[in-house]
Design a binder for this molecule. Structure first.
Ligand code: HEC
Length: 105
């Protein structure tokens, strides 16, 4: 419960606090790299480079929109959907991040 409260606090207040000096990033309060490491990396590998348990994401041919829908909905029995755990903004940021992954480390 404490953890959820903290997450909500960060979500609603970090935007203002982090607004200055964060560069042109549209959503500076969302750290997509961290989200990826926490939610995706254990299947898709660090920086989406692994193809052991799940398809390699770095250099994916999917569009950002396709990636976004995949993260939101998952694949039954293969990959969890994140609509319940992550906000739409977080899912958007993750889709953008996946598309930005370099194809080599
Ligand atoms: C429990 C392991 C697991 C987790 C956690 C997971 N995935 Fe997946 N993901 C998979 C598997 C397995 C597939 C292949 C499913 C299929 O298409 O049959 C997949 C497919 C995908 C695809 C489609 C790739 C392609 O080329 O077909 C994308 C994009 C993707 N995952 C992104 C993510 C992102 C982003 C996260 C974190 C928010 C994530 N996944 C978390 C297991 C996982």
């Amino acid at each position: 419960m404490m953890r959820l409260g903290f997450a909500l606090l960060v979500l609603c207040c970090a935007g203002n606090a982090a607004g200055a000096g964060e560069g042109p990033d549209a959503a500076p309060q969302i750290n997509a790299k961290k989200l990826f490491a926490r939610h995706c990396g254990w299947c898709h590998g660090g920086f989406g480079l692994s193809a052991d348990k799940a398809p390699r994401l770095a250099g994916t041919a999917m569009t950002e929109e396709e990636v976004r829908l995949r993260i939101r909905d998952g694949v039954a029995g293969e990959m969890p959907g994140f609509a319940g755990d992550l906000s739409a903004e977080q899912v958007n940021a993750l889709a953008r991040y996946v598309k930005s992954l370099p194809t080599a480390p």
